[in-house]
Design a protein around this ligand. Structure first.
Ligand code: GLN
Length: 246
């Protein structure tokens, strides 16, 4: 079995080692005997995104987001068709913002999003930075998700979408409503860098599992040891959220 991953705009949207998420997905698949192909896709590339089981894109500065946004609008149709076919999307911070209706930067530029999901983002003077501990909404058991955030944009979800997590410690989507990220079907957006999947193995496997559903009816991912991953995860939970969790 082969898993096809598309890495969108690796040359422009790549801060805080977000590309590490690709390494995590690749290794976690390969350790289970699944072959992985990663294609880099950027501005001007004429691609059929339906071919991909998972699309990933990282965070970036406002200026790079402007460049990417124009191209992403040209890829909108193929992106929508991919999502309709079950392709998993993981978008971090700057690329998360581009999946919504628009991002109005702190300098007053309006960057049009692809409008795939129902939310908008407004830049603020004070950047929202630091470590985040949040609780995932997608499992029927309690699971924290940890990471690092640094963004000026404040994202406000519309009624058509759900948050990926609720904030225990940190700012999340906007520092006001206690929500972090977005999820709708197989599309996931989050403000968390880290890279986020390295310290959150259950989230990583959840995405792999969803992506594999395009290849096989009952994807099975045998458990991995994940000792170091959980050590890093729990350290952050203890350091930044202990008082609120107990
Ligand atoms: N430029 C965006 C903002 O500041 C995204 C930043 C990021 O990807 N970390 O909100």
């Amino acid at each position: 079995m082969k898993l096809k991953i598309g890495h969108l705009y690796p040359d422009l949207l790549e801060i805080y080692s977000d590309r590490g998420n690709i390494t995590v997905l690749r290794k976690r698949a390969e350790w289970r005997g699944i072959e992985v192909q990663v294609d880099r896709i950027s501005i001007g590339d004429d691609v059929n995104l339906v071919e991909y089981d998972l699309l990933f894109s990282g965070g970036g500065e406002d200026r790079e987001q402007m460049q990417v946004a124009e191209d992403l609008l040209r890829k909108r149709d193929t992106l929508l068709r991919a999502v309709a076919s079950g392709t998993v999307v993981l978008a971090i911070c700057g690329s998360y913002q581009l999946l919504g209706h628009y991002f109005e930067t702190v300098n007053g530029h309006r960057i049009e999003g692809v409008g795939l999901l129902d939310f908008y983002t407004i830049g603020g003077q004070r950047r929202l930075t630091g470590n985040v501990v949040s609780k995932l909404t997608i499992f029927n058991f309690e699971c924290t998700v940890v990471g690092y955030e640094n963004h000026s944009g404040r994202t406000y979800l519309g009624p058509g979408v759900a948050p990926l997590a609720t904030v225990v410690s940190g700012h999340g989507n906007n520092g006001e409503d206690g929500l972090e990220g977005v999820v709708q079907g197989t599309v996931f957006g989050t403000y968390l860098h880290g890279p986020v999947l390295a310290k959150n193995p259950l989230l990583a496997d959840h995405l792999l599992q969803l992506a594999l559903k395009r290849r096989t009816d009952r994807p099975y991912l045998p458990p991995l040891e994940d000792e170091w991953e959980w050590l890093a995860h729990e350290r952050l939970v203890r350091k930044f959220a202990r008082m609120k969790l107990t």
